[in-house]
Design a protein around this ligand. Structure first.
Ligand code: GLV
Ligand code: MN
Ligand code: MN
Length: 414
């Protein structure tokens, strides 16, 4: 299937989407259910309607835009990603998979292709953990990995519940109604920027993702004793921030001790109370993210971290409470879907390599209800989650062309 990707239109749409942000360009911040997120969703829905797609939204705001096939009873072939953006991020993470998926559908339509299976574009709610502290919220709920209890249990930093946020955004009904079963989709494909350097370094335009690393995250709350920064003498201190620092360093040591380049650990949140220059920190909240493609090795790091927390608490006379926020198994991509994508590359003379995804994606959860595969395109210097994130229009168009090839083959054959 030969298609023309309208790269100029897609670049303009990515640029427009980036304007829905709570911080000045080039940075993008778009937190789920914020004003910017709701306006960005409205923009994407309008583009989908203009493309002739029909829209459905579920109770958590996952949005489905469908191109109905000639045999609408058959399970659809789906593609998509997310449009929320972490604080001070760039404009390509997730959005390339949503607007690129739409462009693939429009290009297939304009080429005269008519699918047998329906083709559906999915915009997932909150792939990023910014508001509720857990990534892939929409795809987790959709695949049943989180149940209705999340409505009350998940809260933002001010204590406001998921239920309040989603209903205020207009997404009503029981969370459980968002659940889809195995068999609902015949296949799910996700196009994404690599967020690493491998493709760029090797000069390869496309990555076929074979597995997605297993992420786990942990909240660690430390409570020591505060006091006057001048008057409280050093031997008498139980400084919660110093204890937190030791724990962050212990995480780094545990990660490095695996000797595996695939093990990574990050202490990305450190909230200090009362956060005043002349006050000894009495409380600290850390949030820690650990990932590996080997689940057992990742869990070994979590165990070492827990031992370090106990040791630091004992030595420094502080209290430590840990809470595992999530610990997800890795996902493997479908060999059949990867073969379809490889053949779409070969038909277009596009070089490709197989690789693993160290970032997580909605595909990690979609793999629980459907065969999945992911396509990576290079991004400049491997930079992501930063305002200078960049993928060239040519790289994006290559990814979209292969995505279109994969979607058309799957919609016709499986
Ligand atoms: C997704 O944004 C991730 O943190 O991997
Ligand atoms: Mn991201
Ligand atoms: Mn992403």
């Amino acid at each position: 299937m030969d298609v023309n990707i309208n790269s100029a239109r897609l670049s303009a749409e990515l640029e427009s989407l980036a304007t829905f942000s709570s911080v000045p360009a080039p940075a993008v911040t778009r937190v789920v259910f914020s004003e910017e997120d709701l306006r960005a969703r409205a923009y994407v829905k309008r583009l989908c309607l203009e493309a002739g797609l029909s829209i459905r939204e579920d109770s958590v705001g996952n949005t489905f835009a469908r191109w109905t096939g000639s045999d609408p009873q058959l399970p659809a072939v789906a593609t998509g990603s997310h449009i929320d953006a972490i604080p001070h991020a760039g404009r390509y993470d997730g959005t390339v998979g949503v607007l690129g998926g739409l462009e693939a559908i429009r290009a297939l339509h304009d080429s005269g292709f008519r699918p047998r299976r329906s083709i559906e574009l999915v915009l997932f709610t909150a792939e990023e953990p910014t508001r509720f502290g857990i990534g892939c919220l929409g795809s987790r709920i959709l695949c049943g990995s989180l149940d209705g209890a999340a409505d009350e249990a998940l809260r933002d930093s001010q204590g406001q519940r998921l239920r309040e946020w989603r209903t205020a955004a207009g997404y009503r009904g029981q969370l459980s109604t968002a659940r889809l079963d195995w068999g609902h989709y015949a296949a799910f494909l996700e196009l994404h920027i690599e967020q690493g350097r491998l493709l760029e370094q090797e000069g390869v335009p496309l990555g076929l993702v074979t597995a997605i690393a297993a992420p786990a995250s942990l909240r660690i709350e430390l409570e020591g004793d505060g006091g006057h920064a001048g008057a409280l003498l050093m031997p008498d201190r139980h400084d919660a921030f110093l204890a937190a620092s030791e724990i962050a360093l212990a995480l780094e040591a545990a990660v490095k001790a695996t000797g595996a380049i695939d093990t990574v650990g990050t202490t990305g949140v450190c909230e200090v109370f009362p956060c005043a220059i002349n006050s000894v920190p009495s409380r600290v909240k850390l949030e820690v993210d650990v990932r590996d493609i080997d689940e057992a090795r990742r869990d070994g790091v979590l165990a070492a971290l827990s031992t370090a927390c106990e040791r630091v608490a004992r030595q420094r006379g502080i209290r430590v409470r840990t809470q595992l926020l999530n610990s997800d198994p890795p996902a493997h991509c479908s060999p059949e879907l990867l073969a379809a994508l490889a053949s779409a590359c070969d038909q277009r003379w596009i070089a490709h390599r197989r690789m693993v995804s160290r970032a997580y994606h909605d595909s990690l959860f979609m793999a629980r209800i459907a065969p999945v595969a992911m396509l990576f395109i290079p991004c400049r210097n491997g930079v992501s989650h930063r305002p200078d994130e960049y993928a060239s229009p040519e790289a994006i168009a290559t990814g979209v062309a292969v995505l279109a090839g994969g979607l058309s083959a799957l919609a016709d054959t499986i």
